[in-house]
Structure formats: structure tokens, C-alpha cells
Design a protein around this ligand. Structure first.
Ligand SMILES: C[S@@+](CC[C@H](N)C(=O)[O-])C[C@H]1O[C@@H](n2cnc3c(N)ncnc32)[C@H](O)[C@@H]1O
Length: 277
């Protein structure tokens, strides 16, 4: 499902200056259920099927081994029940259910202001589902990811008659965001900064697509303090996952054009809020 009115902010080609249009499609209640979006500037078409708009096509887009695992069959379906539901409780060593995490993210992203929000590396859609439902008719949410398996699962989890508002889903690369400048009031990312091949570039792109004063909320992983934790992280790093020192996070944000809030740290998990300058 893709909200038709959002085609207007899409720019799949970095130089493209025109809105995408719907060249064919099945629509229901303002959402495109399936069809083809077309870039009038290039004539290129992009399918909307399996619940998301695909701007990548046959390229995998995965830049490292950690990303490739997100493409495995079943990766999307098992991600939330097997890992995400308990991940922060395991990583922080305290009781940290998804509801608590989502409340921190909503607060840091100042979702109560309303507007259009972007979830970068949305996986099965935990954050963008919550954003869409919280915003209701005061805003809207888009989730992007490069993994078809994750996006299919995100679409499955939002398909009616499931409760909650519906985020629009796009298969796109966070390193070259397919949106017009200043399109969003806020952006969120859960864990994905650790997986992106070039986090500095993704933050610069996020800065470009946020309006001035726009908010960014990040949940991510810090370098472990214990020798055992560091050993495990060294192993995971070989697959392309990186772990940050707290000062690195604030420096990355500052260099990308954000004013960072003080980090909120729970063991190896950090929450970062920042305002686009
Ligand atoms: C740690 S998971 C994110 C989890 C999700 N945000 C959550 O909170 O449950 C990282 C996600 O980022 C996606 N990803 C990795 N590199 C990407 C890129 N360059 N552009 C878009 N998505 C990317 C992966 O496919 C994966 O689904």
C-alpha cells in the first residue's frame, strides 16, 4: 500500500525535479494497492506490489554480509517475533519492551508536532507502524528499506484488517534518499545506523530531506565495555556492523548539520535525538 498523494515528494533520480505520477494502478481509500509509478522526466517506471513501491529493482543494494542476511527467505517473518520483541531487554540488561522503546523514540522525534515522518531501515516496520498510528490524521509515515523480505513483512503487518494507520513503504537506499529536499518533519532509525555502509552519508541525506527544525531520533548500539562484549562485537564487525563510541555519534550528527541532544545510554544501547540546523 502506498499513499498516492506521497508520490509528489518522490525523486528517484538525484537530478530529477518532477513528481512521480501513477501510470496504472489499483487504488483503495487514497492508497495504491498495486500498479506502476512513472517518472515523467526519465520515462522510468517503478512497480508497486507486495505492499511497497520498489525504486531499486533487480540490484540487491546490500553493501555487506550483515545486510545480506536481511535478504534471506524468512528473514522478515521471523525478525520481530524472534529478535525484535526482546532485543532491547537482552541488550540493556533491564526490562525494555517495545512499548517503552517506542515511547522514547516518539518523544525524541517530537511526533506530537505532527507532519510527515520517515523511518530509515524500517525492517518489519516496528517504528513506522507506530508513527503512522500515533500521527493519525495529523501526519503520515513512510518506511524505507533495501530488503524485499523485510518490506513484505512490514506490509503484511499493516494490511487491513490489522489495527492502526498504514505507513507507506518504499524499497530504496538510505544513502541516496529518493525524496525532495525538506520533505519531512522528522526521521527515525532503529539500529540501522550500525548497519549502513556509510553512516555519515546517510546522515547528510537525512539532513537534506528534513525541513529546518526537523527532528531525528536514533536507537543504536555503542561499543561494549566488557572484554566479552568487545569480542562478540569484533566478530559482528567482520559482517559489516559497526559499533560507536558516544562521542562518535554526536560528532557524526554535528558534522551532518544537526544539533544533538545529550545521548540517553542504557548499557550498549543509545538513544540520540537531534534537531536539523
Ligand atoms: C537493524 S535493522 C533495522 C531494524 C528496524 N529499524 C527496527 O527497529 O526493528 C537494519 C535494516 O536496515 C536495512 N538497511 C541496511 N542498509 C540499508 C540502506 N543502505 N538503505 C536502506 N535500508 C538499509 C536492512 O535491510 C535492515 O532491515
Amino acid at each position: 500500500m502506498f499513499r498516492r498523494s506521497l508520490l509528489g515528494i518522490l525523486r528517484p533520480e538525484p537530478e530529477g525535479g518532477t513528481d512521480l505520477e501513477l501510470s496504472e494502478g489499483v487504488e483503495k481509500d487514497g492508497y495504491v494497492v498495486s500498479g506502476l509509478a512513472r517518472d515523467p522526466a526519465t520515462g522510468q517506471t517503478y512497480p508497486i506490489k507486495d505492499g511497497y513501491l520498489d525504486l531499486i529493482g533487480r540490484k540487491t543494494g546490500a553493501g555487506n554480509v550483515a545486510n545480506l542476511t536481511n535478504f534471506l527467505p524468512g528473514a522478515g517473518r521471523s525478525y520481530e517475533p524472534l529478535w525484535r520483541r526482546r532485543s532491547l531487554t537482552l541488550l540493556t540488561g533491564g526490562e525494555f519492551p517495545n512499548e517503552r522503546e517506542l515511547a522514547v523514540i516518539r518523544n525524541l522525534a517530537r511526533v506530537d508536532r505532527g507532519g510527515l515522518y520517515l523511518d530509515l531501515g524500517c525492517s518489519a516496520g516496528l517504528y513506522c507502524r507506530d508513527l503512522a498510528t500515533t500521527l493519525g490524521d495529523r501526519g503520515d509515515a513512510i518506511g524505507i528499506d533495501i530488503s524485499p523480505s523485510m518490506l513484505k513483512e512490514a506490509a503484511r503487518r499493516t494490511r487491513p484488517p490489522r489495527a492502526g494507520a498504514i505507513p507507506s513503504l518504499i524499497r530504496a537506499d538510505a544513502e541516496t534518499l529518493p525524496f525532495a529536499d525538506g520533505s519531512f518533519a522528522g526521521a527515525v532509525r532503529g539500529g540501522s545506523l550500525n548497519e549502513f555502509g556509510n553512516p555519515a552519508r546517510v546522515l547528510r541525506e537525512t539532513h537534506r530531506v528534513l525541513a529546518p527544525g526537523g527532528r531525528l531520533a536514533i536507537m543504536g548500539l555503542l561499543r561494549a565495555a566488557t572484554p566479552r562484549g568487545r569480542l562478540l562485537q569484533r566478530f559482528l564487525s567482520t559482517g559489516g556492523i559497526r559499533f560507536f563510541e558516544p562521542a562518535q555519534v554526536t560528532s557524526l550528527l554535528d558534522h551532518a548539520g544537526f544539533d544533538p541532544d545529550p545521548l540517553e545510554v542504557h548499557n550498549v544501547v543509545f538513544f540520540a535525538g537531534a534537531t536539523r540546523r
